[in-house]
Each structure stands twice: as structure tokens, then as C-alpha cells.
Design a protein. Sequence first.
Length: 391
Amino acid sequence: MASDFAISRFKHLKKLVLVHGHWCYSRLAKMVIYFFYKNVAYVNLLFWYQFFCAFSGASMIDYWQMIFFNLFFTSVPPILSGVLDKDISAETLLSLPELYKSGRNSEIYKPLTFCVAILEAFYQSLICFFVPYLVHYDSDIGVFTFGNTVNTVSLLTILLHQALEFKTWTLFYWVSIIGSIVLYFVFSTIYNAACVVCNHPTNPYWIMETQFSHPSFYLICLITPTVALLPRYLILTLRGSFQVSPILKAQHLDKLPQEQREQEIKKWKLRKQATSTEATAPSNELTQPVANVSLSIFDQMDAGTSLPGNGGHQNLWPPKQDILGRWMPDTESNDYTKRWTEEEDGAASFFSTEASLGPRMASKPFSGFLPSDGESSGRRSHRRSVSAVTL
């Protein structure tokens, strides 16, 4: 049968759940949120342009560049993040099993995180559109020249946003980010040089080459992504300063040397044990007196001693009488207890009398203890029922 994971021993289940389970949830949650953010941020560029073209549905970006934007230019980094990213090392995850709770509680992909990503996408689209618009205001540049600038700063912003989400930088991440930027400029340069009559009556011919000759283009590409990513910088700073989650603490531990990291993990576990001990202390205090009373009673049962308040019946099964005497209410005010004591006294007297008289009482063994004729049958039945319930 087909399966996602196969294990040969149950001992491998610990690493599968605590390590790969955590990584899988973290990767997929961040990748899904990023894809929503990326598409909302890019599509809103066309939406803001509709206010300047009477909502005619026209686009200021070339069609092929729009198609390749999601297909090639910004697709590889999030895929690598969803496959290879490791927010916490395997050793730390195995040492601190409570970190798995972040996946069970859906701490990464939740409505608040999704709403923040969408709002951030709206903000970045505004910055990426209106900063070039204000720079080229009252100028005679063409529509595709303006669109090429907007497309470039949007690409840089989205890729740098993905770079902020990487937790472990490797060679693959560097190649994906730098390679995507280089691929965009190489494709745009070749395409703009070869596309003479692509979109009649206007076409993107020689636009990228012209942009390279203007210093304002480089200034826009530097300022716009910085301003657009300021909220993301602020969110990450506040999250690491004020609301430090266990995941962030574990990420800080991974940056420490091995010996210091092991010491910090031991301190973490000791703090957890102290917290759990304090949480269970009130319940232990409540159960301790009951346990002491029970143990003291049964200790006295084993010793065969009589407890105070047994009614002076030293020869009649003292442990059982003592237990009931300790747990029942006040014997002087409880009719049931009095009747039970009287019946026990009668039974003891009967056995002692029978032992002394011998065969003389064999014919009528219970004649001395049967109720008198004047006593009603209801009284006798009531006494038997009370005795049975008490025993």
C-alpha cells in the first residue's frame, strides 16, 4: 500500500513526529501564506492602475512579463522554502518535545496571521505603485516604461520578503534569490531588445536598456523595497522583543554554541518541571490529609488496637467497629449507629451464652434474643433492614 512515511521500528516514530512533523507543518503553513500574499500584492498593482485608465482593464505591464512573474521569477524561492526550510534544528526539537504544540495549536497559520499578510500585501502594492508614479509625475515616459519600473520594484520587494522568511540560509536559498533576480533582468533585456512589434500600437522595445541608463531607476529600486518592507521589519522586531514564543526561544538556542545550548536546554526543562510542580502542589495538599487518615486507620487495624469511641466493645471485632466509628457521624445522636451497636452487643452475648450453656440451648438457640410478642412486625423488619444496610 502507498504511504507518505514508512517506519520499521516504533522508536523512529519520535523523530518522525517531533522533528519532521514540526518541519512539515511550518513549511506548508508559511508557503501557503506567502503564495496568498504574493498574488494579492502583484494583482493589486493592476487594480491601482485602473483608477488612471477609467477602469478599462488595460495593463501597464507587458503580458509576457506578467505570465513569467509567477511562473519563473518568483516561484522557485517559496518552493525551496516549503521543501528545505528548517526553523529549528532536529536536536533542539528532540530535546524539547513541547515545541510540537505549535503545530497542534496552529500557531503559524491562523486567521490573524492570514489577515496581517493580506494587509501587508495591500500596503506593499500601494508603495510599489505610487512611489514610481510620484517620481515620474508630469513626465513624458511611456506606459510600458512606467510599468517596467513598477514590475521591477515589485519583484524585488516580493523576493526580499521571502528572504526575510528564511530561517536557515543555505546555498540553495542564495542561488534561488539571486538567480531569480538575474533571470528577470536577463529575460527582460533580451525580450525588450527582440520585441519590436509585440503589442501594437505600443511595444516594450528597448525599455529595459533605457531604464539602465537613468539613475532614477536605481534610486527607485533601492528606496521602494525598503519602504515597502518596513512593516515586516517592525513586526519581526516586536515579535522577537515583546511576545517571545517558545519557537523564537528555540531559534535563539540554535544560534548558541553546543555546550551553552545544552545548558540552556537543561535550564528550560528545570523551569518546566518547577512550573508543573507548583501547579500540582495544591491538589497534593488537598489529598494528603485524607491519605493520612486512611493509612492511620488501617495501620491500627493491622495492629489490632482499639480506637477511642468504640462503645467499650473490646472483644467484638475492634478494627471494623473502629473504622465505622471513625467514619460514621456522632454515635450518640445517630439512631442507626445505636441500633447497630445494640445488635452487635446482642450477637456477642448470644455467642458467649451459647458457649457457656452447651447443648441445653441447642433446641432453642435464638429463644433468648427473639423479639417479644408485643413488638410489631414492622419494627422487626425495620431493624433488620437497618442492620443489613449498616453492615
